[in-house]
Design a protein around this ligand. Structure first.
Ligand code: ADP
Ligand code: MG
Length: 251
């Protein structure tokens, strides 16, 4: 089942940059779809469109459709706040709020009106377990989140998204600042999470793409070069550009 279908998506920034050119791609649910390729290829731009963060940047031209369960989220009538609850985003640099670990996790739920302490506690435990952080922090939930290591803070950011029970999780190079052990933990939790969520990951390396992907899309200069089941794309790509990049012939 496809969760997201992108049809003929083209985006230009106001300075004339054409950053996405006629992108067509279907993102299946309950899988990790990886969007990879050299810097400047449009990967972050694409993720931003998927939860309408492009509204906040200098976009001069946007055309095409992005269907989330058959509903075009680019429609001006879309409730963007509701959309961002369904489609959560984790960025490269963890930005924890200057409050306790617990408060970081329940902030979004409280803003959404949840007051039931029992439900909030349950959400804290569930989301921390899903982000593979529970064991490390369960005895110090009231400590400031900023006191955690970078790898732990990144998992707080992931847990904060999960606390809101989204349907889709977008991750833009979520482990770029992390050591290999923390990176391994985040990757492991993604494998677990895909059972319940649709995951779209921009990896920080080709190696991470190959390790984590069920489906992989290779982006080059605003175009989708190739999209395939990961096993095929990394071992027997159809396009020479994909093969050259995967084999490290250009970066
Ligand atoms: P990637 O994530 O693959 O590195 P980006 O989506 O960040 O690529 O960028 C794609 C292209 O769009 C680049 O040429 C970049 O300079 C340009 N771009 C990205 N964000 C903006 C912006 N806010 N304003 C103008 N141009 C941008
Ligand atoms: Mg990027």
């Amino acid at each position: 089942m496809n969760k997201i279908t992108i049809e003929n998506l083209t985006l230009h920034y106001s300075d004339g940059n054409e950053s996405l050119r006629e992108i067509n791609i279907s993102i299946p649910s309950n899988a990790i779809s990886v969007i990879f390729g050299p810097s400047g290829g449009g990967k972050s731009t694409l993720l931003r469109v998927l939860n309408r963060l492009n509204d906040l940047t200098d976009v001069s031209h946007l055309e095409g459709r992005v269907l989330l369960d058959n509903e075009n989220i680019l429609d001006p009538k879309t409730d963007v706040i509701a959309l961002r609850r369904r489609v959560g985003m984790v960025f490269a640099r963890p930005v924890v709020l200057p409050m306790s670990i617990r408060q970081n996790l329940i902030y979004g739920l409280e803003v959404a009106g949840e007051k039931d302490k029992y439900k909030l506690d349950a959400a804290v435990e569930r989301s921390l377990k899903q982000a593979a952080l529970w064991e490390e922090v369960k005895d110090r939930l009231d400590d400031p989140a900023v006191a955690l290591s970078g790898g732990q803070q990144q998992r707080v950011c992931l847990a904060r998204v999960l606390a809101l029970e989204p349907e889709v999780i977008l991750l833009d190079e979520p482990t770029s600042g992390l050591d290999p052990i923390s990176t391994g933990k985040v990757e492991e939790s993604l494998q677990e999470l895909k059972k319940s969520y649709t995951i779209i990951l921009v990896p920080h390396s080709v190696q991470q793409a190959a390790r984590t992907a069920d489906y992989a899309a290779f982006f080059l200069q605003g175009e989708l070069v190739e999209y395939a089941v990961s096993d095929i794309l990394f071992t027997n790509p159809a396009e020479q550009h994909t093969q050259d990049y995967v084999e490290g012939r250009f970066g």
